[in-house]
Design a protein around this ligand. Structure first.
Ligand code: HEM
Ligand code: HEM
Length: 288
């Protein structure tokens, strides 16, 4: 099996199973924890109203802080290779469901109160981490399948080789064209970027693509000229094939970027959250 395909299948298999892992054990556990916290919040009377500084507030705050630290440990766990009951799949499953329950428990801790302060900064960062995590689960659910649909049985290397073969044909086919058009073909071959930056990769059909410009220019010439040169047709169809292959290569790069990009929000915001949380806890004890 090709290396990239095996990575893709692993991502897909891990995703399918981490949500359903052990008969949704962690979904149940997180549901029970949330229900317990909600029940305590509803049943227990705090005067004048619920807030982070009541005994229940402290308890829910401590649970939330403990959860955040444990959720952060997934970063270390990912890099340790072990199996058994606490497999990485189990950890990820627990991470997702307990991470979601944190949004409720921390909200109950704060008694639904927010303001322009360090406490709310921690809360907002936590919510960004949780939402980006949800987005991550979504991309793991849909992207691996789209990746294999897009590529079929062709590997990235084969796609690039096919583009190179078309380029060789294009150079020959473009020779009889007037200079202005053969220059367009040269640009399409030489200036079309195959490797792009992480953000650019998200757009699989960039408007600035020189191959697209070459197609548009040649098509406009064919339409404008009552008796177009015979060599235009084959060049356009080669360019179309090139564009179709480029689209597949770029979709692949886009999917790979989507599988990783959300972590660039999830992980730095986790560190921001921990810093804000430390400031929150220190400040509440300091001003106590
Ligand atoms: C050991 C953990 C924690 C302790 C001891 C703690 C303590 C407190 C205390 C004493 C308050 C009341 C402050 C006041 O009324 O001025 C409070 C409020 C609050 N806490 Fe925590 N907390 C903890 C964890 C967390 C976590 C994990 C979050 C969310 C990320 C959080 C977010 C908030 C928010 C948003 C408020 C409301 C602030 C406001 O009224 O404007 N806390 N916390
Ligand atoms: C405040 C709560 C959360 C914290 C602090 C947190 C933190 C982290 C950290 C540190 C990692 C390891 C990333 C790495 O090293 O590559 C991670 C991975 C992950 N997180 Fe979270 N997370 C939280 C909530 C969530 C939620 C609610 C979800 C989903 C709904 C989620 C989904 C994921 C997934 C799927 C991964 C695994 C990524 C992979 O293995 O490629 N996280 N998280």
């Amino acid at each position: 099996m090709r290396a990239s395909q095996s990575v893709q299948r692993r991502a897909s298999a891990r995703h399918e199973s981490f949500l359903k892992h052990a008969g949704y054990r962690y979904a149940w556990a997180a549901g029970a924890l949330s229900a317990f916290a909600l029940l305590a919040y509803v049943i227990i009377d705090i005067e004048p109203r619920h807030h982070g500084g009541s005994w229940l507030g402290y308890t829910l705050g401590a649970i939330s802080a403990g959860l955040i630290l444990w959720l952060t440990l997934l970063g270390l766990r990912k890099r340790a290779i072990t199996g058994g009951g606490w497999s990485l799949k189990g950890w990820t499953s627990a991470h997702v469901y307990l991470g979601l329950s944190l949004s409720l428990i921390a909200t109950l801790h704060a008694g639904f109160q927010v303001g322009w302060n360090i406490h709310t900064l921690a809360y907002v960062l936590m919510m960004i981490v949780i939402l980006s995590g949800l987005f991550g689960v979504y991309v793991y659910a849909v992207i691996p399948r789209r990746m294999s649909d897009n590529r079929g049985e062709t590997s990235s290397k084969e796609m690039l080789e096919a583009i190179a073969a078309i380029d060789r044909e294009l150079r020959i086919a473009a020779q009889p064209l007037p200079d202005a058009f053969s220059a367009r073909i040269k640009d399409a071959i030489e200036k079309t970027e195959l490797v792009r930056g992480p953000l650019a990769r998200l757009n699989a059909q960039p408007r600035s693509c020189p191959t697209r410009h070459a197609i548009l220019a040649l098509r406009a010439e064919i339409e404008a000229d009552a008796d177009p040169d015979d060599s235009f047709g084959p060049v356009v169809s080669l360019l179309e094939r090139r564009r179709a292959l480029l689209l597949r290569v770029r979709r692949y790069a886009r999917y790979k970027a989507l599988l990783e990009l959300w972590l660039y929000v999830h992980v730095p915001c986790t560190f921001g959250l921990i810093a804000a949380l430390i400031a929150h806890i220190v400040s509440v004890f300091y001003f106590w």
